[in-house]
Design a protein around this ligand. Structure first.
Ligand SMILES: Cc1cc2nc3c(=O)[nH]c(=O)nc-3n(C[C@H](O)[C@H](O)[C@H](O)COP(=O)(O)O)c2cc1C
Length: 190
């Protein structure tokens, strides 16, 4: 089973990217292979219909291959970051596919903010965008408070994230739903 994990920010030490990598490790425990596309991979020109960009082609090809998807966004001003929203706009180029857009693909959503509460509006906006792209959103969505990790350096931040039992349990449920639903996928991409 193939998953595409998409998200993160251009900020060094991005917590949404750390969360995605934790999700990749959880998915591997289920035997799923993940392609992780982080913010550097999503640093695309503003979407312009009909003008494919190399990095955009890689994003679309990972989504085409994927049985399931997990998207993690930073919360910017109550919503999805511009970088991630722009990347999602490129999914418009899957309109002519069969199935179109993200149809038939289960999509788990995560938002990271200065509080779990602060990230709630961003995860709701992300879920709406995924539904508009015909993605099958999982019942579980996860919001993450990045403040406890913000003063830690790389390894310490990863260790703190992965030792937060409550957060890891919620990510396990999210990844479990993506893997389970992807395994029962009814629509086969062509
Ligand atoms: C431009 C900007 C706007 C932000 N707006 C919000 C916000 O409205 N609510 C919130 O909870 N956090 C907000 N934050 C905090 C970020 O969501 C937080 O730093 C998060 O960790 C960013 O994700 P990252 O660690 O992957 O870069 C904002 C941060 C920036 C830089």
């Amino acid at each position: 089973m193939e998953l595409a994990l998409v998200g993160g920010s251009l900020r060094p030490g991005s917590v949404s990217e750390r969360v995605l990598r934790a999700c990749a490790d959880l998915a591997a425990e289920h035997g799923a292979r993940s392609t992780v596309l982080t913010a550097e991979d999503l640093d695309l020109p503003l979407y312009r219909p009909g003008s494919p960009h190399r990095a955009a082609r890689e994003l679309l090809s990972a989504l085409r291959r994927a049985d399931g998807v997990i998207i993690a966004t930073p919360t910017y001003h109550g919503g999805v970051s511009g970088l991630l929203k722009n990347a999602l706009d490129y999914v418009e180029d899957l309109a002519g596919d069969t199935p179109a857009y993200l149809d038939g693909r289960v999509v788990g959503t995560v938002a990271v903010g200065w509080s779990e509460h602060g990230a709630a509006t961003a995860v709701a906006e992300l879920r709406t965008a995924v539904l508009c792209l015909r993605g099958w959103v999982t019942p579980m969505a996860v919001t993450v408070n990045s403040v406890p990790l913000s003063t830690l350096d790389g390894l310490a931040a990863d260790a703190a994230l992965r030792s937060d039992a409550r957060l890891m349990r919620r990510l396990e449920i999210l990844v479990g739903q993506v893997v389970d639903f992807a395994g029962t996928r009814l629509v086969t991409a062509v």
